[in-house]
Design a binder for this molecule. Structure first.
Ligand code: NDP
Length: 237
């Protein structure tokens, strides 16, 4: 397929899981893809050599490093902010510095990356952030900071869609339910509990999320903006 032939795509957090599937999808559709990673150099090298994409180390918690990567990449047709972390635990016991780091990665980075990308993005560009069904529903204890961070992205999409709409740039949030990655393995200890919430009784696949990102990035989705797109097997239904 060549739907994204010669399009310039940046995926923040593309070395593993959903982000790696997004890199693979765009690369196989003909795009010039750059992706960032923070800790998984071997995985990043593997994805880059397999897809012909470019891997750049940049910690999303470091605002200046993040902004530099976005700026240096030049005019982007598509920005995907995928990098995100979860911290599970009793909020009364959690380290506030770790919680603030989560907010820098999950909330501040999507905002600053989207704004920086918009400076050079051509008309009709696409900004997509990977949120979570937990932005809408949180049926488990121990994940309040994560839920807060993913709900915050909804405001980002609604607001920025207004700012960038006049240029035809769309801003959307993709909200996955349980997806089989290192973060949430299909055979992990929470499997049975998670599947009890699902209409489709399995974890989703990273490629399924990548498919939704590709559609939102394509020409059919030019009127879709400021919106949340849930892909969760009815986890939150
Ligand atoms: P993984 O932990 O499997 O992969 C995370 C990816 O993000 C890795 O490539 C990692 O790179 C990168 N990343 C993490 N922190 C940073 C950072 N500080 N700077 C740069 N890159 C970073 O997660 P998933 O693929 O499961 O999740 C991806 C996104 O999807 C996240 O935003 C997550 O919240 C969301 N999501 C996931 C769900 C799931 O069930 N899996 C459900 C709902 C939402 P590296 O290892 O190199 O640091």
């Amino acid at each position: 397929m060549s739907e994204f032939k010669d399009k310039s795509v940046l995926v923040l957090g593309g070395s593993r899981g959903i982000g790696a599937a997004i890199v693979r999808r765009f690369a196989s559709d003909g795009a010039n893809v750059t992706f960032t990673y923070a800790g998984s150099a071997d995985a990043a090298k593997q994805v880059a050599s397999e897809t012909g994409s470019t891997a750049v180390v940049a910690d999303s918690a470091d605002r200046e490093a993040l902004i530099k990567v976005v700026r240096d990449r030049g005019p982007l047709d598509v920005l995907v902010v995928n990098a995100g972390i979860a911290l599970v635990g009793d909020p009364l016991e959690q380290d506030p510095d770790e919680i603030d780091r989560l907010f820098r990665i999950n909330v501040h980075a999507p905002y600053h990356a989207a704004v920086e990308a918009a400076r050079q993005m051509p008309d009709g560009g696409r900004i997509i952030v990977i949120g979570s069904v937990n932005g809408d529903r949180m049926p488990m204890a121990g994940l309040a900071s994560y839920a807060l961070s993913k709900s915050a992205l909804q405001g980002l999409a609604r607001g920025l869609a207004r700012d960038l709409g006049p240029r035809g740039i769309t801003v959307n949030i993709v909200q996955p339910g349980p997806i089989d990655t290192d973060l949430n393995p299909a055979d992990g200890p929470m499997k049975d509990m998670m599947h009890s919430f699902l209409a489709i009784k399995r974890h989703g696949r990273p490629e399924e999320v990548a498919g939704m990102v590709a559609w939102l990035s394509g020409p059919e989705a030019g009127f879709v903006t400021g919106a949340m797109h849930t892909i969760d097997g009815a986890f939150g239904a």
